[in-house]
Structures are given as C-alpha cells and as structure tokens.
Design a protein around this ligand. Structure first.
Ligand code: BES
Ligand code: MN
Ligand code: ZN
Length: 499
C-alpha cells in the first residue's frame, strides 16, 4: 500500500508543528483554540480576507505564506460554510479538502479541528483523518524519477489537534482498517496486467489478508476443472496465464451462522478474446478486475476492524485473450450449475466467470445474501456515467439497504429493472441460454444472465464499470483506480449484519 501520509492525533491545546490549518465558517470566526493560534496574524488575516473577498463560502480556502506575526510557515484557512448544516459524510470531504490544500513541500502539518460554536465529535474527527488518508494516495510505483526524490519517499506527517484525543484514536482505528482496504483495492486496480495476472492477484490476496486473520483458499486450474467451472475456465483458455478462484473467509460472527457473501469479477485483462476490442482505450481493461479488488479490499477491512460478522468473499480471476486455444463464438459450454451457455460474443466474458462463482458460493456457503460486483458492461456507463453504480436485485430489502448505505457513504447505487421480458432476450437456439442479449438493454440482460445462477438466494448485482476506475477525480480520490464499493459494503455490514 502506498499511503504517503501518516495521520496522528494530539490534544487541541498542544503546540502545532509545521503548516497550520484552521477551520472557519461563514461567520469567519474561529474556535477558541484556533483563535489563540492565529492571534498574532490577525492583521495579515483580515487583509487577506479582504484582498481575496473571502466570505467563508462552503469549502472555500485561503492560503497565506509566511504570515507575519506567527511562527507557522504557512496558514491555511478552510471554511465549512454553515457549520450547523454539516452532515457526517461532509467530514470525509473536509479531510479530502485539507489534504488537497497541503502543498507537496509541506512535510509536517497541524490541523486544528475546531469550529466556532460547533463541537466536532470523535467520529467526525476520525472521518476527517480518513478523508486525508484517502485523498493523499497516489499510485507511483513505476515513476522511477520521483522515487529517487527523498522528499517524495518520506511520509508526510499530519497531526489533527482534537478535543477528545483518546476517543478519536479509537474511532479512527476502525476507519483506518476500512481506509487500508480501499487503498489495497486501488493498488490492485492500478497495477498493470503484466504484473497482476490471476496467480499474482491470488498471491497478493493471500499475503495481505492472511495477515489480518482471513482464511484463504486458492483454487487453481486443476481444482477448478475438478469442481466443474467450465464457463469460467472457457474464458481463461485463450491465455497463457492460469485462472484462479480465491475463497476468503472471515468468521467474526456467531459460530454456525450463515455468512454474507461477496463475489467479484476479476478479469485481470480483457482484450475481448476472439471478439476482440478496438485498440483505442483497451489499456483501461487492466481494471476489469475492479469488482474482485473491491471484494478483496472489503474482506481486508472487515477482518482488520474485527467486524462481528461471518463473511465470505469469492473472486473469479481470469485473463481474456485471443489465441489458438481461445474459445470461439458459437461454442457451447456447460456451467457448474449444469445449465448450458452458447457463446455469442467472447467479450461478454464477465458473466461467464461470475455464473460459476455465484453458483459455487450459493451451493457451498448457503449465504444470507450474495452481492456481486463487476465491471460488467459499457452500457452501464451510457446509462449512469460515473456517478452511480447500477444495482440489480431480486430482493427489495437488500436493495433498500444498499441504497441507504450509498447515501451514507457517497458511493451511490441506482436500481435498474429486471423482468421476464428481459430474461427472454438471452434464450438461445442451441443451448439453455446465450451470453449476450443484443444491442438493447445491455446492462439489464447481463444482470438477467446472472439471475439464472442465484436461485432464491437474496442477491444484488452491482455493475461498477463506471465507478471502479477512470472515474473523475473526487474530493477523496485522485487516482485512476477508485477502490469503489469497499466503504459502501462495509457500511452495509455495519448497519445491518453485525450482532
Ligand atoms: N469489461 C467489459 C465492460 C467494460 C466496458 C468495463 C468499459 C469497463 C469499461 C465487458 O467485459 C464487456 O466487454 N462487455 C461488453 C458486453 C457486450 C459484448 C455484450 C460491452 O459492454 O460492450
Ligand atoms: Mn469483455
Ligand atoms: Zn470484461
């Protein structure tokens, strides 16, 4: 994990080091402690407010270099607008904003987490810390020039000055686990496919997750053939890389209680296979394992924060390549479920991977629910862009819980329809079904395909093709891989499935 920032906490009354960050609101007042710290720079501040016409509009900031009258080399004032209107998720954004304002040259900074007349709780302060950590992530493993620069390799130290030091530290411990899960997922998505092939993905999952107490099982080509996952193996057969399924188990809940299950599409590179994709933008298909990355990051998070839940994560890892051994359009494969599938387009490979893993998860673990995540269709980008993931489900309660967790975390989902009319579109002339449904309703027919492999198990499918990667930079993410979904599903578990 490449987290270039270490966040620590100290008492509000402590002595700040380095760049000084203080908060204000639209009254332009400071909290008592912040007021004390900027007192010497009062004049400079008033002049700067005037010069900039700074009115304390929400999320605006003012940056003063070497302000006369105080020791800090730099004073950054950030306004939250109307302090009374702050919602829990605004504190995450605030953390992102703070990190964004700190110049790369600032090796040390102190943030006075205090507002005039509004108490910042330990939970809110911990959210700020998480926001700082998420925003500070960058994937620069392959930038050799930067690596030589000592400044860029030593971590930046950000100290949050808070009223409840012990409480904030406690509140942050759980969030840091989730944050590390997000950064792990981002690393996996950003990593190029020549490095991160299915065996290497499995190895990294094993390395990171066994360290926090997750039980890991890796099924290799032989084990997958033995199990009967011919739909999944068919996708991988055109690649010189072996395929893998990784089973991750975290038992933090009552013994014997049915687990919740998360399933991820892990196509480490998607060329399209024989139905090959056009060259332009194909490099993005190194991120076609964003669903699997999320499931892996989530399992890390649940274990690292010792969530009181039984959870299983299963990821299907394959590379989709064109080759003499690759599968052809017209081929018919028999899935693990026994249902046969006519391959119309080898580029509709994600559903072929997921159908076997879903069936396997359902049969083996009899889970309370299954949620799969997949960069499944370009069509979901046409429908929803990068703002929402598509949600498809056979269960209203699970859907509503996911939607609510989406609102809470800012990782939002939008429910799309399913129905027999759409299901008919994937009936095949030669087999039980075909793997594409034609031009219309592409995301829905893909979901409809998956629905044939879940039986009565409450199930939700998240199409994350728009959100897992290449999404526009946000307050808390500047990297190509977003780690989308880790916070969403952690919140879902926290809200409904622990104790
Ligand atoms: N991995 C792609 C979907 C995708 C597209 C993810 C853009 C991220 C960004 C998936 O395997 C795919 O190729 N889907 C096809 C399905 C079609 C052949 C029915 C698509 O969306 O065009
Ligand atoms: Mn594809
Ligand atoms: Zn794909």
């Amino acid at each position: 994990m490449s987290d270039p920032v270490t966040v620590s906490f100290a008492r509000l009354t402590g002595a700040p080091k380095g760049v000084l960050v203080v908060l204000t609101d639209d009254s332009l007042a400071f909290g008592a402690q912040a007021q004390k710290l900027v007192k010497g720079a009062d004049k400079a501040l008033t002049r700067a407010f005037d010069a900039e016409k700074f009115k304390g509009k929400a999320w605006s900031a003012l940056d003063l270099l070497a302000p006369a009258g105080i020791e800090a080399p730099r004073l950054i004032v950030i306004s939250v607008g109307k302090a009374a209107d702050l919602k829990p998720k605004d504190f995450l954004k605030l953390g992102g904003l703070i990190a964004g304002k700190l110049p790369a040259s600032a090796r040390e900074a102190s943030v006075v987490l205090e507002l005039p007349g509004t108490k910042i709780s330990a939970d809110a302060a911990a959210e700020v810390a998480l926001g700082i950590s998420l925003r500070s992530y960058s994937f620069d493993r392959y930038k050799t020039k930067k690596k030589d620069d000592a400044e860029a390799t030593t971590a930046r130290a950000v100290t949050l000055l808070v009223s409840d030091e012990a409480g904030t530290k406690r509140a942050y411990a759980a969030r840091q686990a989730v944050g590390d899960g997000v950064l792990f997922a981002r690393d996996l998505v950003n990593e190029p496919a020549n490095v991160l092939d299915p065996p290497e993905f499995a190895r990294r999952a094993e390395e990171h997750l066994s360290a926090v107490g997750v039980e890991i099982e890796v099924l290799d080509d032989d084990a997958l053939a033995e199990a009967g996952m011919k739909a999944l193996l068919g996708v991988g057969q055109g690649s010189i890389k072996e395929s893998r399924v990784v089973v991750m188990r975290w038992n933090g809940g009552p013994e014997g209680e049915a687990p919740v299950a998360f399933i991820g599409k892990g196509v480490t590179f998607d060329t399209g296979g024989i139905s090959i994709k056009p060259a332009a933008g194909m490099e993005d298909m190194k991120g076609d394992m964003g669903g699997a990355a999320c499931v892996t990051g989530l399992m890390y998070a649940l274990a690292a924060r010792k969530a009181k839940v039984n959870a299983v994560g299963l990821i299907g890892l394959v590379e989709n390549m064109p080759d003499g051994a690759a599968q052809r359009p017209g081929d018919i494969v028999t899935s693990l479920s026994g249902q046969t599938i006519e391959i119309i387009n080898t580029d509709a490979e994600g559903r072929l991977v997921l159908c076997d893993v879903l069936w396997y998860a359902k049969e083996r673990f009899k889970p309370k629910f299954m949620i799969d995540l997949a960069t499944l269709t370009g069509a979901i980008l046409v429908a929803l862009g990068a703002e929402y993931a598509g949600l498809f489900s056979n269960d209203d309660e699970l859907s509503e819980r996911l939607s609510k967790a989406g609102q809470e975390t800012g990782e939002r989902v939008w429910r799309m329809p399913l129905g027999p009319e759409y299901d008919k579109m994937i009936d095949s002339k030669f087999a039980d079904m075909k793997n594409t449904g034609g031009r219309h309703a592409g995301s829905i027919t893909a979901a409809q395909f998956l629905a044939r492999f879940v039986d009565k198990t409450p199930w939700a499918h998240l199409d994350v093709a728009g959100t897992a990667m290449s999404s526009p930079a946000s307050d808390i993410n500047k990297s190509w891989g977003s780690g989308w979904g880790v916070r969403l599903l952690d919140q879902l578990v926290k809200d409904h499935y622990e104790g």
